[in-house]
Design a protein around this ligand. Structure first.
Ligand SMILES: *Cc1c(COP(=O)(O)O)cnc(C)c1O
Length: 379
């Protein structure tokens, strides 16, 4: 089945009880038992709910994994996955991971005795250098946010396998439409479904997919024990969003290419970060490991003052956190999504005050380029 077909026919494409072609919203908390312990597969909706189950089966199918899980946010999914670690364990993470991931690791899990090292995971030597005797897991985000650095999933996963490390990939930016990390050897894939998967800026949700049944049992235990499950209404909205994921990702990409072509060589733009650019350090890798380059672009206009001037003049790019929805958004990572990372560390990474990140929407690409043209004019 090709990808666009799988988005329509994958998972549980209709309600097994009524044949409804849209799985209904099972707004229910508990289920009648015919005898003690005799039921139709559902006992209590924290443990399992048919609408959530349909979404979980759907995302497992799309990510080519064994079992899927839906959570009340991307961070809840991340938290559940990281709860597979024990006190005293050490984890290696991509150095410019999502700010919330950095925060949960350094401010919450650190208190529970889980140690972490942040490394440039685009380099296997850097990862190797971060290993300690008690290293148990490796967490990679690719492409990263906001610098769009790309990690070689096949190389890193075989490296992790040889050391029996749990290999976790945050696939939020590329989505299963462009990239399937489990097929490249990942053990667990994570998503903030709030972004491209939901796609309409109307739901906060998280997803996780595991590569085998044993991990599935472990993660279901944590999901049920900690309880940050996605409700049936939101599960339904995420499924509704997923149906058009292919069309949307193609449209985001087409517009992103037009914008990158315009920004390249613009005198006000000091640097552009986009994996689709031939000058991107991991361009060849991005081409090989993903089916598209995505709709996220970062570019540096030199200073915080210039960045705010540009933003003020834009008409179609809304100043907002988040990404991956139908409308174009712009943000200043240093002051918004990545504000929880200390300034010194941000600057080391290249997340300067003049760095703008755009999430390209699915408006007409010509309008988006025109808008950038008028906002980037030199006064
Ligand atoms: C937004 C985001 C998260 C967190 O997801 P929420 O749904 O906001 O909790 C994690 N990883 C990445 C890459 C994100 O963009």
């Amino acid at each position: 089945m090709k990808r666009k077909t799988k988005l329509i026919h994958g998972g549980i494409p209709f309600d097994p009880h009524t044949g409804a072609v849209s799985v209904p919203i099972y707004q229910v908390s508990t289920y009648k038992q015919d005898d003690i312990g005799v039921h139709k597969g559902y006992e209590y909706s924290r443990t399992g709910n048919p609408t959530r189950h349909a979404l979980e089966t759907y995302i497992a199918d799309l990510e080519e994994g064994a079992r899927g899980f839906a959570f009340s946010s991307g961070m809840a999914a991340t938290h559940a996955v990281l709860s597979l670690l024990n006190s005293g364990d050490h984890i290696i993470l991509t150095d410019d991971v999502y700010g919330g991931t950095y925060r949960i690791i350094t401010k919450v899990l650190a208190r529970l005795g889980i140690e972490a090292t942040f490394a440039d995971t685009t380099s296997i030597e850097e990862i190797e250098g971060a290993v300690r005797p008690h290293t148990k897991a490796l967490f990679v985000e690719t492409p990263t946010n906001p610098l769009l650095k790309v990690t070689d999933l096949a190389v890193v996963s075989s490296w992790a396998k040889a050391r029996q490390l749990l290999f976790i990939v945050d696939n939020t930016f590329n989505t299963p439409y462009w990239q399937t990390p489990i097929a490249l050897g990942a053990d667990i894939v994570l998503h903030s479904a709030t972004k491209y998967i939901g796609g309409h800026s109307d739901v906060v949700a998280g997803l996780a997919v595991v590569s085998d049944e044993r991990l599935g049992e472990e993660l279901h235990f944590v999901q049920n024990a900690t309880g940050a499950v996605l409700g049936p209404q939101d599960s339904w909205l995420i499924m509704r969003g997923l149906k058009t994921l292919g069309l949307r990702m193609e449209a985001h990409e087409e517009n992103a290419r037009a914008i990158v072509a315009y920004l390249s060589g613009h005198p006000a733009v000091r640097r552009i970060y986009y994996p689709g650019l031939a000058s991107h350090p991991q361009h060849e890798l991005a081409k090989r490991q993903a089916r598209g380059f995505g709709g996220m672009i970062s570019f540096d206009v030199g200073s915080g003052a210039k960045a705010s001037e540009v933003i003020k003049r834009l008409k179609y790019f809304t100043l907002a956190e988040s990404l991956g929805a139908v409308e174009s958004l712009i943000s200043v990572p240093a002051k918004m999504t990545h504000a929880s990372i200390p300034r010194e560390r941000r600057e080391q990474l290249g997340i300067t005050d003049g760095l703008l990140r755009i999430s390209v929407g699915i408006e007409d690409g010509e309008d988006l380029v025109e808008d950038l043209k008028q906002s980037l004019r030199e006064e």
